[in-house]
Design a protein around this ligand. Structure first.
Ligand code: XMP
Length: 509
């Protein structure tokens, strides 16, 4: 069962994800498919349109990704963008111009001024974003040219009778001044209701999960992060007491994390098994300094503890807070060339031989948050920064002891509290303290001290693949440093990290 959908066929463009985002912002549900998909694989009563994305190839090269021609006969409006336009031209008898250089950046188009579905109601002159090598020289029979530039004779073309539209430029990029209204005109032609929102998503997903789970039971690892929290609430709404959550405290969470998550979830009456496994984890980590070894130990232990606790429930399904970017990244579609490297509990579903229930599989992060909001997840939980699976282990370079973990938790809590109170928490994407394995000399009162050094890390980031350090005000940094040294026994020096990613990473290990 699906919401009415636009299929976006990905030919490897870096903008494919952006197309999906733009559609969803307009209230239209778009899903990304591999370039090699066939008409039979995307057809369905819920299909309203097909968008062919851009891509890095030349359609004139042998072996370049092609289009299943049957897609053109599905009876839904087709929109080709850049490579997508060239594919349409080649398949339908147009003429292409092969280019050895790429045109990249802003350009001005002039619309033909005649009747056009896509350009209806839009200005005659527009700024657009171009990023292409080849272009269409002559539109295929049956098409009219609806826009041009001095160098691109067919900047846009359409055959309204067949419902095929194409643009050489990228309407999904904000530099295209009329990109959003263009996409909207296309969506209207598709007959989309534009009713994709969190409320409708929840209603549909509740039905879908009830159908999938039936009278079975689900176990879900609740970490207190946004994804697993929203997944838990959504499943709870759908199947109530058939859901059991397991929260594992590995001793390397933020200060009072388990207590806080308990308080946030108290009003929802979820079944949660709260497990304090900190002795077990810290014991296994004793003396380990190698970062990858730490991750392995924590990942392995997590599976062991989770399996033990989940075994008590005898569940039929494993719930997971997988989101759409996870799906796109791990399948390599959506122009995502970077493969996610941190699969903390990868292997859990296979080991436990449980079927997966993934209620957020089709949502982007902001949609997960919008869903959380409608489900009543407290704002503070809903807007949390991401927290890595191995927790403070990757913020404690060197050997981990309970004592060092506690010192770090205390410093981190002060940092986060000050950020929240000054409004900077929401203006940073991730912020935390790190306890460096370095002791330095200090002076407190009349006494010489020899204690740990603490680093503060605060970054802004779109996708955590790259990040910039946050320009926190000096007065704020001053207050935080003073409080940490004064209030946290064991730290006598605080430094602020001003490295971006790359070349540094966000975490320290
Ligand atoms: P880095 O340090 O690679 O971090 O710049 C990028 C993002 O990934 C998070 N991160 C992890 N998340 N398990 C996780 O679940 C891990 O092992 C891990 N390492 C880094 C990090 O917090 C940041 O958001």
């Amino acid at each position: 069962m699906h919401h009415e959908r636009i299929a976006i066929i990905d030919y490897g463009s870096q903008y494919t994800r952006l197309i999906t985002r733009r559609l969803r912002e307009l209230g239209a549900f778009g899903l990304v498919y591999h370039g090699g998909i066939t008409a039979a694989e995307i057809v369905g009563a819920d299909l309203r349109g097909v968008i062919l994305s851009g891509g890095p190839n030349s359609v004139l090269e042998p072996g370049a990704p092609d289009l299943d021609p049957a897609i053109l006969s599905l009876g839904v409006p087709i929109l080709g963008i850049c490579y997508g336009q060239q594919l349409l031209a080649r398949n339908l008898g147009g003429r292409l111009h092969r280019s050895t250089s790429r045109e990249y950046g802003k350009a001005k188009i002039e619309t033909s001024g005649g009747i056009s579905v896509l350009f209806e109601g839009l200005p005659h002159l527009q700024t657009v974003w171009m990023s292409h090598g080849d272009h269409v020289e002559e539109a295929p029979p049956g098409f009219i040219v609806t826009a041009k530039t001095p160098t691109v004779p067919v900047a846009a073309m359409e055959d309204a009778a067949r419902g095929i539209y194409a643009l050489q430029f990228h309407p999904e990029v904000t530099h295209s001044s009329q990109g959003t209204p263009l996409l909207l005109n296309y969506l209207k032609r598709c007959g989309m209701l534009l009713d994709w929102n969190a409320g409708n998503f929840i209603d549909e997903q509740v039905k879908a999960m009830r159908a999938q789970v039936g009278s079975g039971t689900v176990v879900l690892g609740l970490s207190g992060g946004v994804d697993s929290s929203v997944a838990a609430l959504l499943l709870h709404k759908a199947i109530g007491q058939q859901l059991t959550c397991v929260f594992v405290d590995h001793g390397l969470m933020r200060k009072d994390e388990m207590k806080q998550v308990q308080a946030y979830f108290a009003p929802f009456e979820l079944n949660v098994i709260w497990v304090d496994a900190s002795d077990e984890f810290l014991g296994a980590l004793a003396g380990v300094t190698d970062p990858e070894q730490k991750r392995k130990i924590i990942g392995g232990k997590f599976i062991e503890v989770f399996e033990r606790e989940a075994g008590k429930v005898k569940a039929d399904f494993l719930g997971q807070g997988t989101t759409y970017p996870d799906v796109i990244e791990s399948s390599g579609i959506g122009g995502a060339i970077l493969v996610k490297s941190h699969h903390n509990v990868g292997g859990l579903p296979e080991r436990m031989k449980l079927q997966l229930v993934e209620p957020l599989r089709e949502l982007f992060k902001d949609e997960v948050r919008a869903t959380g909001l409608v489900l009543g997840l407290p704002e503070e939980m809903n807007q949390r920064h991401p927290f890595p699976g191995p927790g403070l282990a990757v913020r404690l370079p060197g050997a981990i002891t309970r004592e060092r973990a506690t010192i770090l938790q205390n410093a981190d809590a002060i940092f986060l509290q000050e950020l929240r109170e000054s409004g900077w928490y929401a203006r940073t994407s991730q912020a935390f303290a790190v306890l460096l394995p370095v002791q330095t000399v200090g002076i407190m009162g009349d006494e010489r001290t020899f204690e740990w050094m603490c680093a503060l890390r605060a970054v802004t980031s779109e996708d955590f693949m790259t990040a910039d350090w946050a320009r926190l005000p000096h007065e704020l940094l001053d207050r935080i440093a003073q409080r940490i040294v004064r209030e946290v026994r064991g730290i006598n020096r605080v430094v602020f990290d001003i490295t971006s990613k790359p070349p540094a990473t966000i975490e320290y290990e």
